[in-house]
Design a binder for this molecule. Structure first.
Ligand code: NOJ
Length: 483
């Protein structure tokens, strides 16, 4: 999609993920909104990110908190209006920040008018269930529509019927959606659940799993091998329909597949997330394996956190979280930061009772802007309780030398200097090290100090207060300039 002379903006971009309902509330109803997000754009500009990705902003009954859409070309009233979105795009643009929306083409809400008006746009069967497919969040992937008696497929919750991308009208409808938003000035889309877009036309049974899937899956879902229900059939023609509509706009695929299976998606999409990296064990060897596999793929979007998975600060722990950020932001290619990870937010307790039926509340607690009881997120009662704004917040960390927030900002500035490509470097046990042109990056993911590889002048360290030349403290990461 690009010429070598003119690299596309997204190739090395840092993209900040905003989960709108948890980012900033502007009207005191306890739910984040677009006006709130606009009021916090200066934070993104201060960090130095290139783009923001807004998780779904569309009207939704909320069975999957926005990922069950009833209108793909409107803004959910609780989040704002189309005019607010226009303002967000222009205010972001004024700060040099591009805007990506979430596009959800593989399913709609069961309350989307299409489900009644165009039942043939959905994967369905007269008799059922027609096969043994399992839904991602557990239970059969087929439900009977009480109004028509027909069986419909839902890869996720029963409230999210799957569209049939073999139907030309579905492709045309999404081409219209894409053009609608591009005309309003957005720069591209993060495309949801792309590996589900196309399924086996014959609806064959999935066989039992004979070996573990390389990425974490819910237990019931992991019992079968998703040979026919996922990543099956003519993905190329569905993806090329998306590409035709998007033209040069960025398409970033959420393709929940191992790295080795991303290629056919990247023939049409610009980037795909590195989920094996996100799920790699928080130690040097596991990370090195994931990095080596993903960096061989052209079009990798590095990511350590999002609204679906435990936060990096919880997985890596307080000591290693800065080193994890250093790795994320010094790998070659695009990097995605989930809101709150830049201040080292950890997983919270979730809602009581839980709000998300798939158990993802802990990763969606409100952003912590200041030390006040609501963390500056709302003047009302937050939809999910704040976790620990007193201990961890933007205002405090902005002023504090050595904070993980300032580290993010320094890394975002420094990464522009790093040379192309990546070369793994032999280093001591528990140390991950690689070269990017004239720079050498090293991170000690263990619990003891280790000798540092020869790095030349150390330009940045995660531990300015206790850095010692030639050594990497436990959890310390550094970027050095080789003479
Ligand atoms: C992936 C999204 O990130 C997740 O939050 C959602 O539940 C599923 N796709 C279904 O849309």
């Amino acid at each position: 999609m690009t010429t070598p002379a003119e690299p596309a903006w997204w190739r090395d971009a840092v993209v900040y993920q905003i989960y709108p309902r948890s980012f900033q509330d502007s009207d005191g109803n306890g739910l984040g909104d677009l006006d709130g997000a606009i009021s916090r754009l200066d934070h993104l500009a201060w960090l130095g990110v290139d783009a923001l990705w807004l998780s779904p902003i569309y009207p939704s009954p909320g069975a999957d908190l926005g990922y069950d859409v009833t209108d793909h070309t409107a803004v959910a009233p609780e989040l704002g209006t189309l005019e607010d979105l226009d303002r967000l795009v222009s205010e972001a643009g004024a700060r040099g920040i591009r805007v990506l929306l979430d596009l959800i083409p593989s399913h709609t809400s069961i309350e989307h008018p299409w489900f009644r008006e165009h039942p043939d746009w959905y994967v369905s069967a007269d008799e059922g269930p027609p096969n043994n497919w399992v839904a991602s969040f557990g239970g059969p992937a087929w439900s009977r529509d009480v109004r028509t008696g027909r069986w419909y497929l839902h890869s996720f919750f029963p409230e999210q019927p799957d569209l049939d991308w073999h139907v030309p009208e579905v492709r045309e409808a999404f081409a219209d959606v894409i053009r609608f938003w591009l005309d309003r000035g957005v720069d591209g889309f993060r495309v949801d659940a792309v590996e589900r877009l196309v399924k086996d036309l014959e609806l064959r049974d999935d066989p039992p799993a004979s070996e573990p899937f390389p990425l974490p899956l819910p237990r019931e879902y992991a019992r079968v091998e998703h040979r026919h229900s996922v990543d099956a059939g003519d993905v190329a023609s569905a993806l090329s329909a998306l590409r035709r509509a998007a033209g040069e706009a960025a398409l970033i695929g959420e393709v929940y597949l191992p790295t080795a299976r991303l290629h056919r998606y990247l023939e049409h999409l610009d980037l795909a997330f590195a989920f094996e990296f996100l799920h790699a064990p928080p130690e040097a060897t596991g990370l090195a394996v994931a990095i080596s596999a993903a960096s061989a793929v052209d079009g990798i979007a590095w990511v350590l956190g999002n609204h679906d998975f435990p936060r990096p600060a919880s997985r890596f722990g307080e000591t290693l979280a800065p080193a994890a950020a250093l790795i994320l932001l010094t790998l070659p290619g695009a990097a995605f930061i989930y809101q709150g990870d830049e201040i080292g937010m950890r997983d919270g307790p979730g809602g009581r009772p839980p709000i998300d039926r798939a158990g993802r509340d802990p990763f969606r607690h409100p952003m912590q802007w200041d030390a006040s009881p609501t963390g500056g997120f709302t003047s009302g009662h937050a939809w999910l309780p704040p976790i620990d704004p007193k201990q961890r917040n933007v205002a405090d960390q902005r002023d504090r030398q050595g904070s993980i927030l300032r580290l993010h900002r320094e890394l975002i500035a420094l990464r522009r200097e790093l040379g192309p490509g990546i070369e793994a470097i032999e280093a001591s046990e528990e140390v991950l090290a690689y070269r990017r042109g004239a720079h050498l990056i090293a991170a000690n993911l263990g619990t003891r100090s280790r000798p540092a590889p020869d790095q030349g002048e150390v330009l940045l360290t995660t531990s300015p207060a206790r850095h010692r030349r030639g050594l990497l403290g436990a959890g310390e990461g550094t970027v050095g300039a080789i003479a």
